[in-house]
Design a protein around this ligand. Structure first.
Ligand code: UTP
Length: 464
């Protein structure tokens, strides 16, 4: 090992009062020290110390300046509204056939609330088949490729926490019949957790720091540093359909959403659903000073969350589904300043060793973790669009092990959608029947009607 590298690192750590990170170096092999030094070299100490763009929580007064979002295409309730969506669907289909669209799935999160010990995308969610989340998206993409006869590249963001297992899973499942050279994995960065009281960087072991993924907003920098943004440009992709790994009912590459986004020349489009009520724990889209922003539910008092405006309209209704469409050139613009998305701090318990050597064994510490959020890109766009979707059909996330937004509610939603499609196809199913329709059989109720009419599937194939 090079002594001068070690000395420089010691000096750097002393400057930032983090000397404890090398405390156990006498116990480490050369290769372990190299790994530790590599982790230390990646730390941006200015961020941890509280650079200007570091936020804690937003100022509550943001809510007082907020108005209901203005650039909205509401859920259709007239013939004209329906016609607008039909036309948009045609535009979206054209974009797909012209190979202008790629998919980004962010799958780097640790899924701590769900308590599943593998990457969340590996969670079995099909109500009849136990299809995993990854398989549902893969089948949707394969079905879209077939339908529009076009390559739709799939970009998956992983993190140190999920990368190797995700790739091994795709390998094991032969990429779910997708050509493997059309599926791209790129890894987001990690950031260290610090002790909430002292600011000391926490250690996971004598040779490694407590690191966690830098939030879904880490996608912007990761797209660029991995070369994927350049690759997207070379592929001729103009818009990216973005979704999170934990919503199995997301309509991946929904032509209507793509078409509305393109027709309105939006740089960043967001699918929203009407919140069930002011108390629902969901971020909402609003206008502040003429810009679209998100206000987190934690920023609103009960009274603010229920506020109505001068037109008697509920202000905080537009719940974020985390389904977006980005123009590729807007993502390129975001990468011009890699600190454009602020770092947020979250208080969490972190399991670590005591790097001061005062206590032996592991312990839970009150820690601060740092994350960037993709929705902080909203106010940076000149043109945004908000499209209201159908909650039952499109937004059923798997966040918690039980209760709301859990595997149970998501499976029920998938089955319910299947029942509705069968109903549209004039097939009756007994109440309580579990239904599951593979995206490879049908992407819409109309597809299903066609398949049943052609006789190449039967209702019995879909129920369990
Ligand atoms: P969540 O904010 O729900 O976090 O992520 P999570 O890690 O999945 O779950 P908890 O909070 O630990 O229980 C929403 C989406 O953003 C992705 C997740 O994989 C999920 O698709 N994500 C989150 C990332 O890709 N990277 C991150 O650093 C954080």
């Amino acid at each position: 090992m090079n002594d001068s590298t070690l000395q420089k690192t010691e000096a750097l750590l002393a400057q930032h009062h983090q000397q404890h990170l090398l405390r156990f170096r006498g116990q480490l092999s050369d290769s372990q020290i190299q790994l530790l030094l590599a982790q230390i070299r990646k730390i941006d100490f200015s961020l941890l110390a509280g650079a200007p763009k570091l936020t804690t929580t937003h100022n509550v007064s943001r809510a007082d300046c907020a108005a209901a979002p203005s650039s909205v295409i509401a859920w259709p309730n007239s013939a004209t509204d329906h016609q607008i969506r039909r036309n948009a669907g045609k535009t979206g289909c054209q974009l797909l056939s012209d190979a202008k669209i790629a998919v980004i799935t962010v799958a780097g999160g640790q899924g701590s609330r769900l308590g599943f010990e593998h990457p969340k995308g590996m969670y079995p969610i099909g109500p009849k088949s136990d299809r995993t989340l990854f398989q549902i998206y893969a089948e949707q993409i394969l079905a879209r490729r077939r339908k529009h006869n076009a390559l739709i590249p799939w970009y998956l963001m992983t993190s140190a926490a999920t990368h190797d297992e995700t790739i091994a899973f795709f390998e094991r499942h032969k990429f779910f019949s997708l050509d493997r050279d059309t599926v791209f994995f790129f890894q987001q960065a990690s950031l260290p957790a610090i002790d909430a009281e002292t600011g000391a960087i926490l250690m996971d072991s004598p040779g490694s720091l407590c690191l966690s993924p830098d939030g879904h907003g880490g996608m912007v920098t990761a797209l660029q540093s991995s070369g994927c943004l350049e690759a997207l440009k070379n592929q001729g992709v103009e818009h990216l359909f973005y979704h999170q790994v934990d919503n199995p009912t997301a309509i991946v590459c929904d032509p209507i959403l793509l078409g509305l986004h393109a027709t309105r020349q939006s740089q960043l489009t967001t699918l929203v659903v009407r919140k069930t009520g002011p108390e629902e724990r969901m971020g909402v889209l609003v206008d502040i000073d003429g810009r679209t922003e998100i206000i987190e539910y934690t920023e609103l008092t009960g009274e603010q969350a229920a506020a109505i405006d001068d037109n008697d309209q509920w202000i905080f209704w537009a719940g974020n589904t985390a389904i977006h469409v980005f123009r590729r050139d807007f993502l390129e613009f975001l990468t011009e300043d890699d600190t454009c998305l602020p770092l947020h701090r979250a208080r969490k318990k972190v399991n670590c060793i005591d790097a001061t050597g005062a206590i032996s064994g592991r312990q839970e510490r009150d820690a601060v973790k740092f994350e960037r959020f993709i929705f902080d890109a909203l106010p940076l766009a000149q043109r945004t669009l908000i499209v209201e979707g159908d909650r039952q059909r499109e937004f059923n996330p798997v966040k918690n092990a039980d209760g709301n937004d859990s595997p149970k509610t998501a499976r029920a939603a998938l089955s319910h959608i299947g029942c509705q499609w069968l109903h549209t196809a004039e097939q009756s199913v007994a109440s309580g029947t579990v239904v599951e329709i593979s995206p490879l059989l049908a992407l819409t109720a109309e597809d299903l009607c066609e398949r049943l009419t052609l006789g190449n599937i039967t209702v019995e194939d879909l129920i369990g």
